[in-house]
Design a binder for this molecule. Structure first.
Ligand code: COA
Length: 215
């Protein structure tokens, strides 16, 4: 039986190849310019990227390694209800995209994925976290503000579909111990995923994904 938004708990794990049909369906429902398959395949091989999915029905974090392992293997069969991704560019983490299945919004799914990206940014020694968001996307901006993002600039006519401006939002105090403590974002022992493309290959992907980061 599939979990419903009212009953399910949510787990967040790294994105896999087999998630792409669900991820691309959510992408199409969320953005005017969804990514083509090649872009997703490229991100799954990008060593400087960290892409995650949220799965519905995953049990709360268990304590022992055995229960953790069992939870992880169960998560692989759970329906994907959201995705998010970031790139590390030297010491800056750039949130590339985040979206939740429309039927699962306003249930904390976006928040859980964002927290996981911020944890990864900490583990990869980011000193700042940045993203672009449409000026009209007040829902996403509220999510980002909740996590300490502030508007630091604006890009005129940034989005190609309607020439809307983008706000540049950054967590300027990302490395402050008080910020890290407040959010429980201590560096974790998890090794970064070993994927495939170098950070210098990012500019074209960055452009397409930034255009995607909008409602
Ligand atoms: C933006 C998005 C990812 C948020 O995901 P979500 O799972 O619905 O968000 P959450 O339930 O985790 O919300 C967490 C907080 O964000 C804020 N928030 C999220 N959506 C909001 C909305 N529509 N209006 C106002 N505040 C909102 C609230 O502060 C909320 O906390 P609260 O529920 O305690 O009030 C989702 O709306 C989405 O997929 N939108 C389409 C794609 C998109 O615009 N992505 C962002 C591109 S930059």
């Amino acid at each position: 039986m599939h979990p419903t938004p009212a009953s399910a708990s949510i787990g967040v794990r790294p994105m896999r190849l087999s998630d792409l049909p669900s991820v691309m369906a959510i992408d199409r429902q969320s953005f005017p310019r969804p990514w083509p398959l090649e872009a997703w395949l490229s991100e799954l091989q990008n060593t400087a990227a960290h892409f995650v999915v949220a799965c519905a029905g995953a049990p709360p974090a268990p304590h022992s390694w055995l229960r953790r392992w069992l939870a992880r293997s169960r998560q692989s069969n759970m329906p994907v209800v959201g995705f998010a991704g970031m790139w590390m560019m030297t010491d800056e983490a750039h949130i590339a995209t985040i979206a939740v299945d429309p039927a699962w919004r306003r249930r904390g799914v976006g928040e859980q994925m964002l927290r996981e990206l911020l944890r990864q940014a900490t583990a990869r020694h980011a000193t700042t976290v940045t993203l672009e968001v449409r000026v009209s996307n007040v829902g996403a901006q509220a999510l980002y503000r909740k996590y300490g993002f502030e508007v630091v600039g604006q890009r005129k006519a940034y989005y190609q579909d309607n020439r809307e401006d983008a706000l540049i939002m950054t967590i300027t105090r990302f490395t402050d111990p008080s910020y890290q403590e407040q959010l429980g974002l201590s560096a974790r022992a998890d090794a970064p995923r070993s994927l495939g493309m170098s950070a210098s290959d990012h500019s074209s992907d960055a452009e397409s994904a930034i255009n995607n980061c909008a409602l």
